[in-house]
Design a protein around this ligand. Structure first.
Ligand SMILES: *Cc1c(COP(=O)(O)O)cnc(C)c1O
Length: 433
């Protein structure tokens, strides 16, 4: 019954994506599965990849000239919105001066200073080209530094496609059924202190590092319960394990800095926002640990494109702008969105749960009214989320193409875009129920 209504509802909305379809069919001949990253296939929402060609502010435009309010923002990267005019112009100038030297240049220093200004636990840092690369390098470093082999991670957290950390990861691997077993990895339930205590009792002296998303974003948004992060700081200190905060999403998302400033982890990983839209990963922390990297120490890590002038300039400009920004603007928008959804929820008596931490959020299709870990998350109705996604995209709102990804706000979003989005969300539920 419900499914027929969905079909009618979806069919009523005209959404011409002919050009996207053509391109996808062509891509299938050349790229594996037609994509360069699995979530882009939109297969988890039973849809079709959309080919985007342009972005400006909070709006993204596809090859068929449909425009969408963008709540994905390149997976949380574009906190200043698409194609900030000032940054684009500065990058153009840099392109003429020099794209890449593969050697030292001044922007590396300026970028490092800005990151250190924002994160008081970072004394030294290294820039790489992706979050994945930063995580795998930080893990290698932690293992060499502690001379231990095990890593403790949390179910539903995602730290890039590092082999040992793909076990019970988050993000699209939650739904892509990849199975990798590495017995060096201990997986605990997120927000479950007891399991972490047991793991340390059993393996404490072998655990090189604990890695955590301080606010989980890759199983949908799941917040840490009170005291959880503090507990991780304490227990890792007690056992001399390295505490790694993966702030690839959360770094510079809620303030000029991150969650690390409250808990003093040994290593912080950054990515996404700090590259201002260009590929980047960063890992940094106490000199005592970081100085074990080559050329000072024995842990080798290198990169042809690491800290290239364009990425560094893009990062510097973005961070300088963010330093001046009033983040409470994002918080206000988030509140308005949340209140609007709560009103719709009670008006139509819906089984949905809106989970938000400041400017990152997820709408779970579930009857739970608290979501603390992966086991809660996977009770959501992913099929219904898919219908929701499809309806919204046809009406010009681009949400994450999976129930298990976070949505984001940027400084380019505004009240009128939020209110338009809420109208379309209400339209979906009104027609469905
Ligand atoms: C995106 C992400 C990564 C991986 O970063 P890539 O640049 O995609 O390799 C790692 N950790 C977290 C928390 C992320 O959200």
């Amino acid at each position: 019954m419900k499914e027929t209504i969905f079909k009618q509802l979806n069919d009523k909305v005209d959404h011409n994506i002919e050009r996207s379809k053509e391109l996808y069919n062509e891509a299938l001949n050349h790229l594996v599965g037609g994509v360069n990253s699995p979530a882009r296939s939109f297969n988890k929402v039973n849809y079709h990849p959309i080919y985007f060609k342009q972005g400006k502010g909070a709006i993204i435009i596809d090859e068929d000239n449909n425009s969408y309010i963008d709540y994905v923002l390149a997976w949380g990267t574009l906190i200043l919105g698409h194609s900030d005019e000032y940054i684009v112009n500065e990058l153009k100038k840099q392109l003429e001066i020099g794209i890449h030297f593969g050697a030292c240049h001044y922007y590396e220093i300026e970028f490092a200073k800005l990151v250190k200004e924002a994160f008081k636990n970072i004394e030294k840092l290294r820039v790489v080209n992706s979050g994945t690369e930063a995580v795998l390098s930080a893990i290698r470093l932690a293992k060499n530094y502690t001379q231990r082999n095990k890593i403790l991670k949390f179910e539903g957290n995602y730290h890039g496609h590092v082999d040992s950390l793909l076990t019970k990861g988050g993000s699209s691997i939650l739904t892509q059924e990849i199975n990798i077993k590495e017995n060096e990895t201990i997986v605990c339930e997120y927000n479950n202190k007891k399991e972490v205590e047991l793991a340390f009792e059993k393996y404490g002296k072998e655990i090189a590092a604990v890695i955590v998303e301080p606010i989980a974003g890759n199983m949908g948004v799941v917040k840490p319960i009170n005291g959880f992060l503090k507990f991780l700081r304490e227990i890792t200190k007690e056992y001399n394990s390295v505490l790694i905060f993966d702030e690839v999403i959360t770094g510079f998302r809620f303030c000029f800095g991150g969650i690390s400033n409250e808990y003093d982890p040994d290593i912080t990983i950054l990515g996404k926002i700090v590259g201002g839209g260009l590929p980047i990963g960063v890992y940094g922390g106490k000199s005592e640990i970081m100085d074990n990297l080559a050329p000072l120490g024995q842990t080798f890590q290198a990169g042809t494109f690491s800290g290239n002038p364009l990425t560094m300039l893009s990062g510097i400009l973005t961070l300088n702008i963010l330093k001046q920004k009033n983040y409470s603007y994002l918080e206000e928008l988030g509140e308005i969105l949340e209140n609007g959804i709560k009103t719709i929820k009670s008006k139509y008596n819906l089984n949905i749960y809106f989970n938000r931490y400041k400017s990152m959020w997820s709408l779970f299709f579930t009857d739970l009214n608290e979501i603390k870990n992966y086991k809660d998350v996977i009770k959501s109705d992913t099929k219904l989320y898919g219908e929701f996604f499809k309806y919204l995209i046809k009406r010009g709102v681009y949400l994450p193409p999976s129930q298990f990804e976070a949505a984001f706000l940027s400084f380019e979003h505004n009240m009128s875009l939020i209110s338009k989005t809420l109208d379309i969300i209400e339209e979906f539920f009104k027609n469905y129920f």
